[in-house]
Design a protein around this ligand. Structure first.
Ligand SMILES: N[C@@H](CCC(=O)N[C@@H](CS)C(=O)NCC(=O)O)C(=O)O
Length: 290
């Protein structure tokens, strides 16, 4: 084992030093705003404040899917929230999401703006509002919700557990990496067995459950998350790979992945999305040619 010398916790934990590791600068033990800043508001019914991480992509994929189905009421403005710079602690953002995490949605289609935070709640709000991407049949609806909430409970072990200790922590702790690698491989096996018996997570149809799970586990199984493909031997999960590739081909998914993305190929980054035509004219390669 390669842990650092034994740490004996004091009687009372105090916040007296930076914890180290990536993102340490935005971690703090208190909630609430750090500064006054209103959120911008565009002209569409739905205002999204987000970033193109897996949690953000769930929602932009859903919105693009709804628009592809012809739901004009799903038109949206997507604003970029730079979490590395602390935008999530601005007063306007905290009013939209007291938990200070992307994504946050403000639905302005009615007389009073409605805030929705937590990606799963946003997906359900949109599915219910438009009557799309979740089954009407009771048994299939239950299956859809089960996998949706499976994602909400499981992904923190992947991101906050495995990803943190494998890729972001200031030192690599064998115990922590072992614990979370085991859990993530177990989760991949859960998905693989389900997708061996069913084309999509909830059954025959693509639903918000797939939209929630795909950005995390689809990216992982393609070796694109935490550079952990070889370590976790992701190629073993053949059914997850089949499902991942199938979803990746959907035009709405291709568009949704680009929205609020602020890294990678400039042509894949659409920092803000206000019109459908922005995909053709406002990607970073067009805004900032070399
Ligand atoms: N359970 C939340 C998780 C959201 C979340 O963790 N968002 C991250 C980015 S992927 C974030 O905003 N982090 C900023 C912070 O922790 O200060 C959801 O599903 O919406």
């Amino acid at each position: 084992m390669n842990e650092s010398p034994a740490y004996v916790p004091p009687a009372v934990w105090t916040w007296n030093k930076e914890s180290g590791g990536r993102f340490a600068n935005i971690n703090r033990p208190i909630a609430g705003p750090t500064h006054d800043k209103d959120l911008p508001v565009g002209r569409h019914p739905l205002q999204l404040y987000s970033l193109g991480t897996p949690n953000g992509v769930k929602v932009t994929v859903m919105l693009e899917e709804l628009l592809a189905l012809g739901h004009a009421g799903a038109e949206y403005d997507a604003w970029l929230v730079k979490i590395n710079e602390g935008d999530q602690f601005g007063s306007g953002f905290v009013a939209a999401n007291p938990n200070s995490k992307i994504p946050a949605l403000v639905d302005r289609s009615g007389p009073t703006p409605v805030r929705v935070f937590e990606s799963g709640a946003i997906l359900m709000h949109l599915a219910e509002k438009f009557g799309a991407f979740w089954p009407t049949d009771t048994a299939a609806r239950a299956e859809c919700l089960s996998w949706l909430f499976w994602q909400m409970g499981s992904a923190p072990f992947l991101g906050g557990g495995f990803g943190h200790f494998y890729a972001y922590a200031p030192s690599q702790i064998e115990y922590a990496i072992d614990r979370y690698a085991m859990e993530v491989k177990r989760q991949l096996d859960v998905l693989d067995r389900r997708l061996a018996e069913s084309p999509y997570l909830a059954g025959d149809d693509y639903t918000i459950a797939d939209m929630a799970v795909w950005p995390w586990y689809g990216t992982l199984v393609k070796g694109q998350l935490y550079e952990a493909g070889e370590f976790l031997q992701v190629q073993e999960y053949e059914n997850v790979l089949r499902w991942t590739d199938q979803i990746a081909q959907r035009p709405a998914v291709r568009r949704g992945r680009m929205v609020n993305r602020a890294w990678g190929q400039p042509s894949s980054q659409l920092h803000e999305r206000h019109e459908a035509s922005d995909f053709e004219t406002k990607t970073q390669d067009k805004l900032m040619p070399p």
